[in-house]
Design a protein. Structure first.
Length: 234
């Protein structure tokens, strides 16, 4: 008799509670991009994956009521929750609202609207194999490490340096354990750093050079152009 292998169950945590200071104070997930909220673009390739059984979007407390009206209407798998003071706190709040019976949890920034299904696949596959996965792209610029006065103290070998993106994927129990340390959450800039600090393996997987995080107003027209180019190629 052939053994039936159950489908991987994936949950997604989407931190979307930032104040958007570098975007002029605008709530980035709700900005319009190509006629739709930026958040919709970020969610689309995740919702298209049949392995994704639940998505928790963590927004600022003041935005919860209004966001629930339209974000949860996008798909029955989505729940809107109250985010925290830091990115990691928002991820922890989102993960807390995901089902316990998950194999993999992905974390994806709401401000990355150019995610592809191939990138999702690569992160899920690595996390399902028991390792943490960070989508990213090799650095092409020469990078400099500086001290507090701006003096260069080291020039890393760029062949060993990648730009970290999202999604970042992890075995569900590994990420939950890493997020349990509130002190580590306060200083971590991404979820991989939490898992790395716990001594667990995390590897880079290929993202895309255009998997941009929209941070400043000038990033919006760039994203519009890239979306239009993809539409023309489709």
């Amino acid at each position: 008799m052939t053994e039936v292998v159950s489908e991987i169950r994936v949950g997604v945590a989407v931190p979307a509670a930032g104040h958007g200071r570098r975007m002029g104070g605008a709530r980035k997930p709700f900005l319009e991009l190509a006629g739709e909220p930026l958040l919709v673009h970020a969610l689309r390739p995740l919702l298209a994956d049949r392995r994704v059984v639940s998505v928790a979007v963590a927004v600022a407390r003041d935005d919860v009521a209004s966001a629930r009206e339209w974000v949860e209407a996008l798909d029955p798998r989505i729940v809107v929750v109250t985010g925290g003071a830091t990115r990691s706190d928002s991820v922890a709040a989102a993960v807390e609202h995901l089902p316990r019976e998950l194999d993999v949890i992905l974390v994806h920034d709401a401000a990355r609207p150019l995610l592809t299904s191939g990138c999702v696949d690569r992160c899920v596959a690595m996390a399902a194999a028991g390792k943490g996965a960070v989508a990213g792209w090799p650095a092409t610029d020469t990078l400099k490490e500086v001290d507090g006065d701006g003096r260069i103290v080291r020039t890393p070998d760029r062949r060993r340096v990648w730009h970290a993106q999202t999604p970042q994927g992890f075995p569900a129990d590994v990420l939950r354990a890493a997020l349990a340390d509130a002190g580590a959450r306060a200083v971590a800039t991404d979820d991989a750093a939490l898992v790395e600090a716990a001594g667990l393996p995390v590897v880079m997987v290929e993202g895309a050079p255009d998997n941009l995080k929209l941070t400043r107003p000038e990033d919006l027209p760039v994203a519009e152009l890239l979306l239009a180019r993809r539409a023309g190629e489709g």
